[in-house]
Design a protein around this ligand. Structure first.
Ligand code: FAD
Length: 527
């Protein structure tokens, strides 16, 4: 018999195991009847810095069954019933999957599990080669526009903090987490309230996931970029691929899954030229804020800052400009992480954040971004995307190369150029620049209002906090419109999925979208 014992609250200073057992006993379970305990969820309550608490939800297996009505605040653990599905036989077995990010990889896996043959075309390199290319970019400023922090095996998620928390709720989450663990992610992602993997482990996971897909019949082609799609009578009929030697290949396909991420601007333009229906969508831009990690740990955990049960501290801040209906918020927080140049186009620069599994770097960073509405910078489809591009090009020009702009937060608030050099995790060139003169007024004013609002916390808005800019690629600036089964509304057989399609944001939700659309479009519930 398995039972759920939820909401066990234990002070950080107590012995966790002993207190957990005591609490289970208090609820009516005899100690010698406990066979095993699995953590279903663990979260941290650090609201009261002098008494931080850990909160556990547990699944407990009992040696002998008991009458559940004799137990307090305990329920029976239920086996989740999963609908069994089968492939739709009329669909061609071979399915093209464009992009090997989380959405493409999980779609390919799901297809292969149902007996389809996913043929994955990825413009970037496989992860080991991509690593060398990316390092060459950081050291020598040589950018490969097809293989970089955004593009290549594992997609944008490979060089990331590997945060897996998401606001979406989906029956497919377990599938994603269990697969990640099977492919090498630590098992604590199954219970941690804020699970994360780290770039070092993600690279291993991505390789194992590729091998798993291959073992089920999938095929991978790296350095293969989708250049064009062929549409006949409203249906997809084939694709043009530029292969690793630069030659154009035509491949005939009736089903094409597009998992291109939010940075493939050339591909967006090609789709638009072919008449694929798209619309502009809101996104956000701003800068990374970076603090010494010890400041953030102290800010969040007070005297418990070094407690190993807590790890490096995360935070989340928001500010709402009600008059403008515009939000400013922290995004993609990387505790103990590094800021990286996330460029994927020649002569442009932008930043993002990533971390290693230990999250033990000297700094902690997070993007502070302002919501951008569809029509803020023009009303045509690619106005938002062109605005991103413009800022990225301007950064390259101001920094005279692949670098980033920096400014102390206090100097930004006082409209004053920073006159000193800063210490930062960002390895490439940093140029001091007054960001008041860089971003449009709407971004500057909202960021300043947010910093004023947050300045009641002097550890957050301090002389130690620096801005590294710009963060432009928080999510897709367009959406490729699809129907409820995930198919493009005007091109039969074309399935836009994941972040680039505008239906996901983050590793987990992109993976979930990949699995979900395969289920909806390529399978049906068994009779
Ligand atoms: P992507 O991961 O972007 O994958 C798209 C793939 O398609 C790429 O590999 C690209 O090379 C390929 N492609 C594009 N065009 C073509 C073409 N024409 N032909 C062939 N291939 C093509 N999210 C989180 O949840 N947690 C984090 O901690 C986190 N940190 C991040 C840190 C960084 C530095 C970055 C850049 C992103 C981070 N993200 C994070 C965001 C996350 O990586 C994305 O949301 C996620 O990867 C989206 O998945 P996707 O599969 O939809 O697209």
């Amino acid at each position: 018999m398995r039972i759920n014992v939820n909401n066990i609250i234990v002070s950080l200073e107590r012995n966790q195991d002993k207190e957990i057992i005591k609490e289970i006993e208090k609820r009516g379970v005899k100690r010698n009847n406990i066979k095993s305990i699995i953590w279903s969820k663990r979260s941290i309550d650090s609201r009261k810095k002098s008494d931080i608490k850990l909160i556990y939800n547990l699944e407990v297996e009992l040696e002998t069954p008991v009458d559940i009505t004799t137990l307090k605040n305990i329920s029976l653990a239920k086996d989740i019933e999963k609908a069994t599905r089968e492939p739709i036989l009329s669909i061609d077995k071979e399915v093209a999957v464009i992009g090997a990010g989380p959405a493409g990889l999980f779609a390919a896996l799901r297809l292969a599990e149902y007996g389809f043959i996913p043929i994955v075309f990825e413009r970037g390199e496989e992860v080991d080669k991509r690593d060398i290319t990316t390092e060459n970019f950081v050291k020598n400023s040589i950018l490969n526009p097809n293989s970089n922090i955004q593009f290549g095996e594992g997609g944008a998620g490979t060089y990331s903090d590997g945060k897996l928390n998401t606001r979406i709720k989906s029956e497919y989450m377990d599938k994603i987490f269990e697969t990640l663990v099977e492919c090498g992610a630590p098992s604590n992602i199954l219970w941690d309230y804020k699970p994360h993997v780290g770039t070092d482990i993600l690279k291993i996971v991505v390789k194992n996931l590729r091998e798993k897909i291959k073992s089920l019949g999938g095929k991978f082609f790296f350095n293969h970029r989708l250049e064009n799609i062929h549409i006949k009578n409203g249906k997809i009929s084939g694709i043009d691929i530029i292969n690793s030697t630069g030659e154009k290949e035509y491949h005939s396909f009736n089903s094409v899954i597009l998992a291109i991420g939010h940075s493939a601007r050339d591909t967006y333009r090609m789709l638009h030229k072919n008449g694929v229906q798209m619309e502009s969508k809101p996104f956000a831009i701003g800068a990374r804020i970076e603090h010494p990690r010890c400041d953030i740990d102290k800010m969040q955990y007070g005297k418990f800052a070094d407690n190993e049960l807590l790890g490096s501290a995360t935070y989340s801040v928001t500010y709402n400009n009600r008059a403008e209906e515009r939000g400013v918020f922290s995004f993609c927080m990387c505790p103990g992480g590094v800021i990286v140049n996330a460029s994927s186009e020649l002569n442009t620069s932008l930043v993002n954040g990533m971390s290693y599994s230990q999250r033990d770097g000297r700094f902690s960073n997070s993007a502070i971004v302002v919501g951008v509405k569809e029509n803020d910078f023009g009303s045509h489809l690619f106005a938002g995307m062109e605005f991103q591009e413009k800022l990225e090009r301007k950064t390259y020009e101001l920094g005279q190369g692949y670098g980033a702009l920096y400014q102390g937060v206090l100097d930004f608030m006082n409209n004053k150029k920073t006159t000193y050099e800063i210490e930062s995790s960002y390895e490439m060139k940093k140029t001091s620049y007054n960001l008041n003169d860089f971003f449009p007024e709407v971004i500057v004013d909202n960021m300043k209002s947010a910093f004023e609002y947050w300045s009641k916390n002097p550890m957050f808005i301090s002389r130690n906090a620096n801005l590294i800019a710009p963060e432009t690629r928080t999510s897709a600036p367009v959406r490729i419109i699809r129907d409820i089964k995930g198919m493009s509304v005007n091109v039969y057989g074309l399935y836009p999925i994941g972040e680039g399609a505008g239906y996901a944001g983050g590793i987990t939700s992109a993976g979930v979208d990949g699995v979900k659309i395969v289920d909806l479009a390529f399978t049906r519930v068994k009779d």
